[in-house]
Design a protein around this ligand. Structure first.
Ligand SMILES: *Cc1c(COP(=O)(O)O)cnc(C)c1O
Length: 342
């Protein structure tokens, strides 16, 4: 257990949060003249600032308490608010691994926080020996762990993640954007055991709601209270809350689509492995494949001419491309194009 008070920024501890009209009166009534809303229209009322219905459903599905859930405007908000809660601009640092998701870096830059990068080793796993000295640095406030990792697709070893949770006096954010595609269990089960753990998930990938912008943080109540203090009052729109609720009411459809994507991933892997330009296909626990080819730049450009867009990851991992698993038809179109490379 870490002393959370010690690592929270002083201005956040002293903050008097905004109290919205919906915060001050929560009961039912006949006439609402408290929020300067327009009395006409269908989207004229402010949304529930605490997304209670969404949290009730998530609470049942994920087996956590409602007060252990924060719903944000995409994972970006989950990440950005962590910076604002824990990191003093120009002074504190955060640590992440490389290669990984680019937004940790960008969000650190926006918040004027120095980012320390540790290379992943042996097919993209954490090097605990190299990490060890940083675990004791007082100005390292957050360690970001993306598992399954983007763009490599592999799970990070859960024993390493637990070692970090146990030995680091700062916050550990485990980004599980791809967990629903993974063979590995979520770290959500550990939020009662480690009070420095934030598990970040998203509706953008397996849940099929990238257009909605909804990300979720699961953590102990104390951390969630901090998130609630700093978040914009009405951070998730009523349209978006409705879309999420609709999705949570149709779990069978979501599960069915995940199964299709996982089957397609295997088919895509097999088809790609037969191509002469493919040097290596990394094992994936996500909805994408990292592939080493003869020339990532050439393959990328060639596919653009074919009107098929993939992600060129050459600058992160030499001659690697990242391909998202699409529908059977989309994947076949990709393979056909690649087969025609001279
Ligand atoms: C796609 C992705 C997200 C999702 O971000 P949203 O803002 O919720 O759409 C988060 N983390 C990683 C590693 C991702 O690849």
């Amino acid at each position: 257990m870490i002393d959370l008070e010690k690592i929270v920024r002083e201005n956040i501890i002293n903050l008097k949060p905004y109290s919205s009209a919906r915060d001050e009166f929560k009961g039912t009534a006949d006439v609402f003249l408290d929020a300067n809303e327009n009395p006409f229209g269908t989207l004229n009322r402010y949304p529930d600032p605490h997304q209670i219905e969404v949290k009730e459903k998530l609470s049942t599905i994920k087996k956590v308490e409602k007060n252990q859930i924060f719903v944000g405007n995409g994972s970006d908000e989950v990440i950005d608010l962590a910076f604002r809660i824990f990191c003093e601009p120009g002074k504190d640092k955060v640590l992440t691994f490389s290669p990984t998701y680019g937004m940790y870096d960008v969000s650190a830059n926006i918040n004027n926080i120095e980012l320390i990068k540790q290379p992943l080793i042996n097919d993209f796993q954490i090097n605990l020996n190299q990490l060890q000295p940083y675990l004791d640095f007082e100005d390292v406030k957050i360690i970001f762990i993306c598992s399954p990792n983007n763009p490599t697709g592999n799970n990070l070893n859960p024993d390493d993640v637990e070692y970090i949770l146990e030995n680091f006096n700062g916050i550990v954010i485990v980004d599980e954007a791809y967990i629903d595609f993974s063979s590995q269990a979520s770290f959500i089960k550990n939020i009662n055991k480690y009070n420095n753990l934030i598990v970040s998930q998203t509706f953008s990938k397996a849940w099929g709601l990238a257009g909605v912008r909804a990300g979720v943080a699961y953590a102990n109540e104390e951390i969630i209270n901090l998130y609630n203090r700093v978040k914009p009052p009405y951070n998730v729109s009523s349209l978006n809350q409705k879309a999420v609720l609709n999705c949570l009411d149709n779990l069978e459809i979501v599960k069915g689509n995940i199964d299709v994507i996982l089957t397609e991933r295997i088919k895509l892997q097999e088809a790609l492995s037969k191509l002469s330009i493919v040097k290596k296909i990394y094992p994936s626990d996500a909805n994408f494949l990292l592939i080493e080819v003869d020339s990532a730049n050439d393959t990328y450009k060639y596919l653009i001419d074919e009107k098929v867009i993939i992600r060129n990851r050459n600058t992160q991992i030499a001659n690697c491309i990242r391909i998202t698993v699409g529908t059977a038809e989309e994947n076949e179109r990709l393979i056909k194009s690649l087969e025609n490379i001279k």
